[in-house]
Design a protein around this ligand. Structure first.
Ligand code: KG4
Ligand code: ZN
Length: 365
């Protein structure tokens, strides 16, 4: 059975993992650089690249050791080749290419987004085609996964990514980095969401419009205005809890509206369910923000009503990791999609090259 080493260095996680063709994760190591970046309230590209360089070799050795294999047992090496912070991506690619060259193995340059999208097939053997909501710190997209390497983008953000909106709003609320999980925690302290929403009437950008695009910068600005309107002095926990709760509910409403449109489109493209297995088509939510319980609950309910099958990978596979890169390597290897050793890193790399470019979204589209 084939075995692939995966390397992920596109943002602030240094990760290495070994995955077998049957979906068994033999090792999965993630080293977070949270502490290095916390003082700056966000990821600093230069610090990230240096930290990857410092830790990657040891981490790869440990991943091979934990998997109880030798480099010579590998069938291929896969490394994230974009999109992401170019310095970090290059560190991971150079390491991956060197191992591939030294052991005479095929190299696979993986699109980080494809890694997130194909995780559904690693975790639960989801079959093509399926609908995906990818919500992370860097990306917010809705895609139809048609096959390995074949994606149709139905929607993307026109400005901030959802995770970024969580992080920036949390920062305004005085919560530590990364903001998403902290915002969710404090929102849980609010017991009356209806009153919270009436008190902080937050906007629902793009809600009710045709299509599946998102916009989150207005929501973040509304959070800033709401905080500035609070009584002067230290922020009170109960006020922040209510605001965080109102924020999460607004996000939930936006996602529900956008995903409903996406489900309608999916059903137009693929009117018939899988008649061979009678399986319902899957709706997959992935990326770091998929860890949010409120969001999961809302989307699960929506999926059930649309007669689709809800799937969210386990939390360790939702946030950035290298198992998803190794798995994508396996999927591509099985299709003969390997890359030459001079393949370049790509800071921007849309999964659907035919999708319309959106001004303002930049790398996020
Ligand atoms: O996928 P990921 O680990 O890295 C990127 O590729 O960006 O996503 C990280 C993002 C951060 O913005 C973080 O705040 C957000 O996911 N996040 C959450 C939660 N856990 C992580 N957002 C909301 N609720 C959470 N529980
Ligand atoms: Zn990611």
């Amino acid at each position: 059975m084939k075995i692939v080493l995966g390397i992920e260095t596109s943002c602030d996680e240094t990760a290495a993992s070994v995955v077998r063709e049957d979906g068994t994760i033999l090792s999965n190591l993630v080293l977070s650089q949270l502490e290095e970046h916390a003082a700056f309230g966000g990821v600093v590209p230069e610090i990230a690249a240096r930290a990857h360089l410092e830790h990657l070799d040891t981490l790869i050795k440990a991943a091979i050791h934990d998997a109880d294999i030798q480099f010579s047992d590998l069938s291929a090496v896969a490394a994230t080749s974009g999109p992401g912070l170019i310095g970090g991506v290059m560190v991971g690619m150079v390491a991956g290419k060197a191992i591939a060259a030294a052991h005479n193995l095929p190299f696979i340059g993986v699109n980080h987004l494809e890694g997130h999208v194909l995780t559904a097939r690693l975790a639960e053997k989801v079959t093509f085609p399926y609908l995906v909501l990818l919500v992370s710190g860097g990306h917010t997209q809705i895609l139809i996964a048609e096959d390995v390497g074949k994606y149709k983008r139905l929607g993307t953000t026109l400005d901030d990514a959802l995770g970024e909106c969580f992080d920036k709003s949390a920062k305004l609320m005085g919560l530590g980095y990364p903001g998403g999980p902290n915002l969710e925690k404090i929102a849980a302290k609010c017991t009356d969401s209806k009153t919270a929403r009436e008190r902080f009437a937050l906007p629902l950008p793009m809600h009710g419009r045709a299509g599946c695009d998102f916009s989150f910068s207005g929501l973040k600005t509304a959070v800033r205005n709401a905080i500035e309107a609070l009584p002067a002095g230290d922020l009170q926990e109960k006020d922040i809890a209510a605001l965080a709760c109102a924020f999460q509910h607004s996000v939930g409403d936006i996602l529900k509206d956008r995903c409903q449109n996406a489900m309608n489109s999916f059903q137009q493209y693929y009117p018939q369910n899988d008649t061979q297995t009678n399986a319902l088509p899957a709706f997959v939510v992935c990326g770091g923000v998929a860890a949010n319980q409120h969001i999961r609950t809302i989307l699960k309910d929506l999926t059930r009503k649309a007669e689709m099958d809800f799937m969210a990978p386990p939390l360790t596979l939702c946030s950035d990791n290298a198992a998803m890169i190794a798995w994508t390597g396996l999927e591509r290897l099985n299709k003969g999609l390997t890359d030459p050793l001079d393949i370049a890193a790509r800071p921007r790399w849309p999964l659907d090259p035919t999708a319309e470019k959106k001004l303002g979204a930049g790398v996020k589209a």
